[in-house]
Design a protein around this ligand. Structure first.
Ligand code: NI
Length: 166
């Protein structure tokens, strides 16, 4: 299992670099990310969350055909229609908030062999892809909250962590 980095760690705020080498080490990293995500009961995990500042993430919504790795992803189209849904993040464990995002997206990415593919997504999959893609740009879901709500959530998160430590 890989360590999951949490709020406050610098790597979560970096703009991740492109993946340029599609080798066995990459396949091993992706495998370990799938395992780590499953162990943590998550539905998405981006490389910066395991301390690797590279443009890739894995998702598994637990629906057929929705377990995938996205390498060097780019969201090339978003719907005008938006929807609000509760989000959480393995890097801010235990905190959840309703976030507004486009309902449908088209994403272009590469697979483990470097082969390009395009996927259209809606529903939960579209939500997870956008959340994970944000991680590659150093953006967390709390950055998409209004300032006051974000301050409250972060304060609650920090209070909880303090209690845990003592
Ligand atoms: Ni996250």
């Amino acid at each position: 299992m890989l360590d999951i980095y949490t709020l406050g760690e610098e790597v979560l705020r970096e703009n991740a670099g492109k993946v340029t080498v599609f080798d066995n080490a990459l396949a091993i990293l992706v495998d370990a990310m799938f395992d780590t995500m499953a162990e943590a009961d998550g539905i998405g995990l981006a490389a910066p969350q395991v301390g690797v500042s590279k443009r890739l993430f894995v998702v598994d919504t637990r629906r057929p055909g929705e377990k995938m790795a996205f390498i060097n992803p780019e969201i090339i189209e978003t719907s005008q229609e938006v929807c609000s849904r509760e989000e959480g993040c393995l890097s801010i464990p235990g905190m959840y908030y309703d976030i507004v995002r486009p309902s449908e997206i088209t994403v272009q990415a590469q697979d483990l062999n470097g082969k390009a593919f395009i996927t259209r997504a809606s529903g939960m999959l579209a939500r997870v892809i956008q959340h994970e893609n944000d991680h590659l740009n150093g953006v967390l879901f709390i950055d998409r909250m209004e300032e006051e709500s974000r301050a409250k959530l972060v304060a609650a998160y920090q209070r909880r962590n303090k209690r845990k430590k003592t």
